[in-house]
Design a protein around this ligand. Structure first.
Ligand code: F6R
Length: 367
């Protein structure tokens, strides 16, 4: 059942290339030029009228929503908010019939997300669910469903469900952009081609997964550490931090790289591990100057970036982990996998039950 892997989590990490392919299957035309989402009831007219989008989820699904916000705002230029479901419900969200609410849930049974969905529907919004379980309560209650085809996820720590949710957001973002005409056909095609390359790029990364093991063992001796990044790198940092806390029980915090000096820098001491994500090239120089700030305070820095920046970055950091080159919007789908592996190997080094972390359940059906 674990297919030769020691834990379900590692098996599921390795299933991601397939999950990417399966989630894209039948949703891209034969020429590789357009996204087609035949399952959507949302009409082109309704899409033209969307005024705002709200994305709701819990935990890892919320983190996928943070990426989704950036993707949709960039591609479609519609304002998007992302909320944690238990907060959304009680903040009197501003919803109208022109609001598209997207709920994200692997299990489709999370109580807070389901309640938020019902709240949004009662307020007149069109609700689209991105879920991995098509027969779930959330899928049943939503007006529309985009199924992620990651297959059953057993490990409590979500991996392939999260990355398939990213693929769903890329597809949805492109589809909305096609309907609203906000991207050129060339730009759409370029992104589709880059998406189709992801499974193979991920296979390459997974072949080198041992290289992150030594670093994971090194950080497993620390009590706290930081993840930093800007833009989508910050979104991935938040997911990486959650994953590490969940299964290794090492305390960590994800911080926007530019925000450290507004307080958090006080916690950086000699030897504090800092993991910096540097894939967003439009802000690369800015992140590098933040890396220098933490380095000057003695932090032990590991950077996740592209090959072409490795040599330069190695002048100011201790270690570099290289990921395959892709478009800025797509980098989370690759970068996060190195953080999944990092938390897996840290948890393993500490002798924890990787698949069943203490105090946590796979599906949270209480509020
Ligand atoms: C983290 C994790 C949780 C879930 C969250 C939402 O690895 O698994 O944070 O993501 O409980 O669950 P779903 O997606 O089933 O609504």
């Amino acid at each position: 059942e674990k297919g030769g892997f020691e834990y379900f989590m590692l098996k599921e990490i390795h299933e991601q290339p397939k999950a990417y392919r399966d989630t894209m299957l039948g949703r891209i035309d034969e020429q590789g030029e357009k996204v087609i989402l035949p399952e959507l009831k949302l009409t082109p007219d309704q899409i033209m009228n969307i005024r705002n989008i709200q994305i709701i989820g819990c935990g890892t699904a919320y983190h996928a929503g943070l990426v989704g916000r950036n993707v949709i705002e960039t591609l479609v230029r519609i304002p998007v908010e992302t909320d944690v479901a238990s907060e959304y419900r009680y903040r009197s969200p501003i919803v109208s019939p022109d609001t598209l609410v997207i709920v994200v849930s692997q299990s489709g049974e999370t109580a807070d997300t389901l309640a938020a969905l019902r709240e949004a529907k009662a307020n007149g919004a069109h609700v689209l669910a991105i879920t991995n379980v098509v027969g779930s309560s959330i899928a049943r209650d939503a007006d529309d469903v985009i199924a992620t085809l990651a297959g059953p996820e057993i490990a409590v720590a979500s991996t392939k469900a999260y990355t398939s949710q990213l693929i769903a957001f890329y597809l949805l973002g492109l589809y909305l952009a096609e309907v609203r005409g906000t991207q050129t056909p060339e730009a759409v095609k370029e992104m589709i081609q880059a998406m189709q390359a992801l499974p193979e790029q991920l296979d390459m990364m997974l072949e080198q997964s041992e290289s992150i093991k030594a670093y994971a063992e090194q950080i497993s001796h620390h009590e706290h550490l930081f993840f930093i990044g800007r833009g989508l790198d910050f979104a991935v940092a938040q997911e990486g931090s959650l994953k590490l806390k969940e299964i290794s029980y090492i305390h960590s915090e994800a911080y926007p790289a530019g925000e450290l000096k507004h307080g958090t820098l006080a916690l950086i001491e000699d030897g504090t591990p800092v993991i910096a994500l540097v894939t967003q090239e439009s802000v690369l120089e800015k992140t590098v100057s933040n890396i220098k700030e933490v380095s000057a305070r003695g932090a032990d820095i590991m950077v996740i970036t592209y090959e072409e920046h490795a040599a330069t970055l190695l002048k100011s950091v201790d270690q570099v982990f290289v990921i395959p080159k892709t478009l800025p919007l797509l980098s989370p789908a690759l970068a996060v996998v190195s953080l999944q592996l990092l938390s897996y190997y840290a948890s393993l080094a500490l002798g924890n039950d990787v698949d069943k972390p203490r105090n946590l359940a796979k599906s949270v059906t209480v509020e």
